[in-house]
Design a protein around this ligand. Structure first.
Ligand code: PFF
Length: 476
């Protein structure tokens, strides 16, 4: 990186942009997915085996596809729809590849619709922590506070609205600078509180139970769909398969190493998720709680930990404030692709585009709000009829469960699969070599994984899931 005097500004520019990319991408990756979703889905899927497959998916599917997304984004410097179209045309392929970008944007709308509602729960916990509402409560009492919150649609709508308004306001202004600062200071602080919580759970007798639950596979609790859930979790947590990382790829200047930056982001993301699990499960076992209780897991366990800490109310308040910021930096990356598309392609005013997209997301979010109260008893079972064979897509799921399943477990992996196929099979090898600038050995490794291992793994996991339903006799 040394050079003549005239190169210095460029080198400095490169360096700050590389950091800007890492911060923006980490801001997107680290969020509710790590602290809310990873522990609860791990709990529902029996722990160890799920965690093992999740980690394998991060390394064998997630990191190679993340590199591909960054590479495509940096090459085209556009929103995901135009990136896919421009690159397809450049490589003499069909402009229909733009549909990958469109599906990604649809996935982003749907994800943000429930993401915002859950972020609303986080916001709702801030005044509760500050007011020491949980002080002296046992597990059952904490659970009743959470249940009271999610049973009240008006309150949920209010918090969901506040979160969406904040997200829209930031995206309307353009994101880069605030985002960088927020991530630079808030993320380490959030991680710091996780470390404090970790030190606390180390003192619990149930720490070993939590550790065993997380890392020793127990296949009796592993469900057939758990493999799909683990892959979906990897995509969700790394923000892959919908173009968010592709958008942020344009932050990265030509000279910066895609491989190294990607690995930093993916590793930080995984460490935060594992840390959240390591904190939550010992609390679950110490209080005889149910690890498979579902989406409320973090909200019913963490207040108990803060109760036992000195200055717990203050640390707890700070934790939920920081988590709300982590959620907003992820939400921005979900809203940015459609807004960028409306601005770049349709020449809309940025603020207007942000407001319209935010409005659509807000409306969709009402479905999630009602899933926990007014519509809690509406559960759907859906079959896919392909003539001779019928597949059971889902069984007994609420609106929220369905949207979550469709986005995380179907749309993101499908988007990732198409991105992998495009980058590794349709783009010229030289284009990839040029963009990644890796040494031969590492390039070949990445290319092989992206060409064969990642897509085959995604397809096998999809087929396996259908097969599992079959074996369970769930298909007529
Ligand atoms: N990765 C985010 C999280 O773990 O909270 C959620 C997310 C953001 C998913 C952006 C997908 C995405 F495109």
């Amino acid at each position: 990186m040394s050079g003549t005097g005239s190169e210095v500004p460029a080198v400095r520019g490169l360096w700050t942009s590389r950091v800007a990319f890492i911060l923006a991408a980490t801001g997107s990756a680290v969020g509710l997915g790590n602290i809310w979703r990873f522990p609860y889905v791990t709990g529902e899927n029996g722990g160890g085996a799920f965690v093992f497959i999740y980690i394998a998916c991060v390394f064998l599917i997630g990191i190679p596809i993340m590199m591909a997304e960054v590479m495509l984004g940096r090459r085209a410097q556009r929103n995901p729809i135009d990136t896919m179209r421009d690159l397809a045309i450049q490589e003499q392929q069909s402009a229909r590849w733009a549909w990958v970008g469109r599906m990604g944007i649809a996935a982003g709308f749907l994800i943000l619709s429930y993401y915002s509602v859950v972020a609303g729960w986080i916001l709702a916990y801030i005044p509760r922590m500050l007011g020491s509402v949980f002080h002296g409560m046992d597990a059952i009492e904490v659970e009743s506070v959470f249940t009271a919150l999610i049973s009240d649609p008006e309150r949920l709508i209010a918090w969901h609205t506040i979160f969406m308004v904040a997200t829209v306001a930031i995206v309307a202004r353009g994101v880069e600078h605030g985002l960088e600062k927020a991530v630079r200071y808030m993320m380490p602080a959030l991680f710091g509180i996780l470390v404090v919580l970790f030190l606390y759970v180390l003192t619990l007798d149930s720490f070993v139970d939590g550790l065993k639950f997380m890392f020793i596979p127990d296949f009796s609790k592993f469900r057939g769909e758990s493999i799909l859930a683990a892959m979906g979790m990897a995509f969700f947590s790394l923000s892959l398969g919908m173009g968010a990382i592709m958008m942020y790829g344009s932050y990265l200047p030509k000279g910066a190493s895609i491989a190294r930056t990607t690995i930093v982001v993916a590793m930080s993301d995984t460490v935060v998720a594992l840390m959240a699990g390591l904190v939550i499960f010992p609390i679950v076992f110490a209080n005889n709680m149910e690890p498979a209780q579902g989406a409320g897991l973090v909200f019913t366990t963490l207040p108990l930990a803060f109760n036992s800490l000195p200055m717990g109310a203050l640390i707890g308040t700070l934790f939920f404030v920081l988590l709300a910021f982590a959620a907003i930096t992820s939400a921005i990356s979900l809203l940015e692709p459609p807004v960028a598309w409306l601005v770049e392609n349709k020449h809309w005013d940025r603020a207007q585009a942000a407001r319209l997209c935010g409005g659509v997301v807000w409306l969709l979010g009402l479905g999630t709000v009602f899933s926990f109260n007014l519509w809690a008893d509406y559960k759907w079972t859906q079959k896919l009829d392909l003539g001779k064979v019928q597949f059971l897509l889902w069984e007994n799921k609420t609106f929220f469960n369905i949207v979550e399943f469709l986005t995380a477990n179907v749309m993101l992996p499908l988007g990732g699969l198409l991105i992998a196929l495009f980058a590794a099979h349709l783009m010229k090898r030289e284009s990839c070599e040029d963009e990644l600038a890796l040494d031969n050995h590492h390039f070949n490794l990445w290319y092989f994984i992206l060409r064969f291992i990642a897509p085959v793994a995604v397809v096998i996991i999809f087929l396996h899931t259908i097969g599992v339903f079959n074996m369970l006799g769930l298909i007529d």
